[in-house]
Structures are given as C-alpha cells and as structure tokens.
Design a protein around this ligand. Structure first.
Ligand code: SGN
Ligand code: CA
Length: 519
C-alpha cells in the first residue's frame, strides 16, 4: 500500500523513479514519419484532395486521438527539420541550417539519448538524412542520403550496406516490425520509423500505379499564380510544375517515347528509379506508363495549349504523388495493426508527422522551403489512449522543436535548460492554460529551387515575412486570404497590426537568440 502511495506521489509530481517496476509502465513512443507529406494529402485534414485520395489509416489517428491544425516547421527543409526534432532547438542552435551543410553533430543532446538514458530502448529505421551516423539509438538502419524507392540500400550499424528487393516504404516497415519483434520487452521503446515517401521523384509502389487512372485530381485555385503584390523573389523560383519538372525524371516519360516530338523544356535527366528496377518490375511500370504516355504524345502532336500541357503535368504529378502516399498510409495501417495484435496499442503513443509540408500545385509549385502555409505546416496527429481525447482538433500553435521536450516529458527524463521547444503534454491533456501566441520561422538555404533566405513570424491569424536579399517585408491576413495571394504590408488598414507583428518578430528573434535579419 505504502509503495502504491509513493508511486502515486511520483506520478503526481510527473517524475518516474528509475529502476522500479513503474518504469516499465511508461508509454512506448512510436514516431511514424514521412518526407514531404502535405496536409492537403491527408484526408483527415479535409483539404481538396480528401475525397479523391483518402488516407484511412492515418485518419484513424485523428479519430482515435488528436489532429493538430496549427503545426509548423521551424525551417522547411529536410535535414534541418530532423535536427530540430532531435534537439528541440532552432537550426541556428543545432547547427543544421541547410541541407548538406555538413554532418549533424551527434555529440549534442538529443531526445533519443535522454530516453535511452532513462531506460527506453531506442531505434531509428528509414530516412535519416543527417550525414553523420545516428547517435542515441540502440539500433539503427538508415537510407543513405535521400535513399531510393525501388530495391533500396540501407546502411547498417556495422558500416556495411544491405540491399533489399522491394519498395522502400514496405521495407522500412518490415525492418521496424522485425526490430519490434526482437526488442527487449522489459523496457519501453522509442521507435522512429521514417519513410522516404512521398519525396521527389514521387515513385509509387508498383501495386499502386493504376490507383488514380480513372480520376481527375482537383486543381488548387492558385495553380496559375502570377505572384503579383508579393516579394519580387517569387517569380524567380525554380519549383514550378509548369517550368521546372523534368519530363522523364519527374513526369515519367521515357527517352524513346518522345522520338520526333519536340517537347518544351525537354531534358535529359536520367530516370534513376527506373534504372534500379528488375526486368519484372520494369514490365509493370511500362504496362502502366506506356499507354498513358502514348496517349499524351498523340494529343500533344495534335496540338495542346500551354495551359492544357500544364494541366496534364499537374495530373501526372498528383497521381504519382498520391499513389506514393497510398503506400505510406497502408504502412501506417500495418504498424497500427501490429500494435493491436501484440497488445501494445493501449500503452503506445503513436505520432504521425512529416518533415515539412509540400506544394501540390498551390502557387503553381511542387517542393517546399517557403513560409507560405502549404510548406510551413507540418502534419501532426497523435493517439495516446486515455490521455488524448479521441477526435480532438487542437488549435494551439505548435512547432517541431516541441517534439523532443514532449518525448522527454512523457518519459520523465531530464530536459536541458537550453532546449527551446516546450512539452506538448499539457496541450495533449487539454490542460494548457497559457500557450505561445506566435511561432518563429527561419529559412537559410540558397540553392536548388532558388528560394531566397527569409524569416518571419506567424500568429493565429497573421503572418509577417522578411526577405533580406531584396529588403522586402510581406504580410498576410490569413483569415481573409488563406491562400496568401495579397501582401497587405503596405496597406494602411493594417498599420497597427503590422507594428505589432514586427515587434513580435524581433521579440522572438531575441528570445531564441537567433541571427539578426530585418533591422
Ligand atoms: C533533392 C530534390 C529537390 C529537393 C531536395 C531537398 N531534387 O535535391 O527537389 O528540394 O532534395 O529535399 S532531386 O533531383 O534529387 O529529386 S529534402 O526533403 O531532402 O529537403
Ligand atoms: Ca522533406
């Protein structure tokens, strides 16, 4: 009885005694992660694609847990987002400010290390993209760099490489399940299961190639955005479905299929994923794309307008992207089924997220990087039986720097004072009385896709962005203009709000001890 009381006291204080029986009842954490998965391609978010491309398995997490409507990335690009997640700190503090800036310094504090130290068994399987070997994990098996879709290679802990035949999303799940099967069952686990999909080159599992054959994918209202009123850097972007997709690499035409036809913007980029396939796999691919490409080329020869070609490109992009998402959704389902069959569902926190959002034709784009909503938002769904109210849709502004403190809070581990994110546990319990009123954003990369550095702040209703290269400020009224088509920075009606937002931007920059831009 006394023991139970002491334990209750520990529980009440949110502290877990190490090395007691109670440690084993701490929840497992299953972090299901993908790459470039837009909120618009998760039906639980209710975007324009919800009906044509439902994601029933991911949606289960929303039904049985919470789906965050205002979840943001700190720096909308892969390596940086992952580093924010591991460290709970903004890019300028964790050292990964751009993709490929050099290896993540694995000597620094991470949530994986903290959880491991406090008795969790830890693993990361799948996409890592931080150059250095993972640290803080009892087990890891990761894709080299961006990794491949077909017959991928996974780096092993002993330094060797292992090639698996099949499709990356299935294989990463297979590997995760095998690790779960063989884990030390006396300890709680923290598993990061991280997919390559639906990242470019948007290559679907062969079984899903025909999934959208008979469907027309709805277009966004701003597919043909003219970039008027906003920063002069926008038209300089190199991420348009119209101008920057490669015919073979992205749109899956074959070199021999365009013979005699001069396609605008024709390129010679090799179709890397095609060349990785076995002959049998190529046959399935060709059976799908062959006739569709012939049809397109015949129409093209007859004469298609620029707009029609753009619309075809959009359809081709979306069908491949959404078919690629289908495998992620199925594999989320496999993991949820595994938890259920093994009696783990009740005591496992399941999170689904992706390293950033993505443009699915909005503003005419693919890719991410910009602080506009589609790539600034990150999906965040969480099921925590008995704690998170099923079917809830929290509106709090959360960011990927909050994940590490949340994991640490759940595990009762120690949180270093210099971690910048905050635990979501009070929000998850519905007990957060005070919460942040704004989020800070910083994008530092300058290179592929020609998106300039920019910095900003977003509140529940407004957004302010600063572009240092051109010394321009943009402001958006997200209530009246959710698609961010009209910059209201110079509009006198917004003068007071603009001053407030600017003050908040400078306050946040100081709060996070971030480099100065915009003064
Ligand atoms: C690759 C892609 C880009 C993409 C970056 C970053 N080009 O370089 O389109 O923006 O990755 O993506 S590709 O020709 O290699 O497909 S990230 O998710 O890793 O940040
Ligand atoms: Ca990404």
């Amino acid at each position: 009885m006394k023991f139970v009381l002491v334990l209750a006291l520990f529980l009440f204080m949110g502290v877990w005694p190490k090395g007691t029986v109670a440690a084993e009842s701490r929840p497992n954490i299953l972090f299901l992660f993908s790459d470039d998965h837009a909120l618009n391609a998760i039906s639980a978010y209710g975007g324009r694609l919800a009906e044509v491309a439902p994601t029933p398995h991911i949606d289960r997490l929303a039904d049985e847990g919470a789906i965050f409507e205002n979840s943001f990335v700190a720096n909308s690009i892969c390596g940086p987002s992952r580093a924010c997640i591991l460290t709970g700190k903004h890019s300028h503090k964790n050292g990964v400010m751009v993709n490929g800036s050099g290896p993540f310094d694995g000597r620094q504090w991470t949530s994986a290390k903290a959880l491991r130290k406090t008795g969790y068994q830890t693993a990361v399987i799948g996409k890592w993209h931080l150059i250095s070997d993972p640290t803080g994990f009892d087990y890891w098996e990761v894709l080299p760099g961006q990794g491949n879709y077909y017959n991928p290679v996974l780096l092993q802990m002993d330094g060797s490489k292992k090639k698996y035949e099949g499709y990356a999303t299935d294989i990463v799940t297979d590997r995760a399940i095998e690790w779960l099967d063989g884990r030390d069952q006396t300890k709680p686990f923290f598993l990061m299961c991280q997919h390559k999909a639906p990242h470019r080159t948007f290559s679907p599992a062969l079984r899903h190639l025909d999934a959208f054959n008979d469907v027309t994918i709805p277009e966004p209202g701003n597919l043909f955005d003219d970039y008027a009123t906003r920063s002069s850097t926008l038209p300089m972007n190199e991420m348009e479905v119209d101008r920057h997709f490669h015919w073979m690499y992205d749109l899956k035409l074959r070199k021999d299929e365009h013979e005699g036809i001069e396609l605008p913007g024709w390129d010679r980029h090799p179709s890397v994923e095609y060349n990785r396939m076995t002959d049998a796999q190529k046959k399935v691919w060709d059976a799908h794309f062959g006739p569709l490409n012939q049809q397109f080329l015949a129409d093209f020869k007859k004469g298609m307008s620029h707009k029609e070609i753009m619309q075809w490109r959009y359809q081709r992009y979306m069908k491949n992207y959404l078919a690629t998402v289908k495998s992620v959704d199925e594999n989320v389902g496999r993991m949820l089924d595994y938890l259920e069959k093994n009696g783990l569902a009740e005591n496992t926190i399941v999170i689904y997220s992706s390293d950033q959002g993505f443009y699915l034709g909005e503003h005419g784009w693919f890719d991410k990087r910009w602080m506009f909503e589609e790539s600034f938002k990150m999906p965040f769904l969480i099921r925590w039986p008995g704690v998170v109210k099923p079917g809830s849709r929290p509106q709090e502004l959360i960011q990927n720097i909050d994940y590490a403190p949340t994991f640490v809070d759940v595990a009762g581990a120690e949180l270093p004072a210099d971690v910048q994110g905050v635990s979501l546990v009070p929000v998850l319990k519905g007990e957060a009385r005070e919460w942040r009123k704004s989020v800070y954003y910083a994008y530092y990369e300058e290179g592929e896709h020609n998106v300039p550095q920019h910095f900003g702040v977003r509140t529940q209703t407004q957004k302010l962005i600063y572009f240092p290269a051109t010394d321009e400020w943009n402001m958006f009224d997200l209530v009246k203009d959710p698609d961010e088509m009209v910059n209201v920075y110079g509009n006198p009606e917004y003068a007071a709000a603009r001053e407030q937002l600017a003050a908040e931007y400078f306050r946040l920059r100081e709060h996070y001890d971030a480099p100065a831009y915009g003064q």
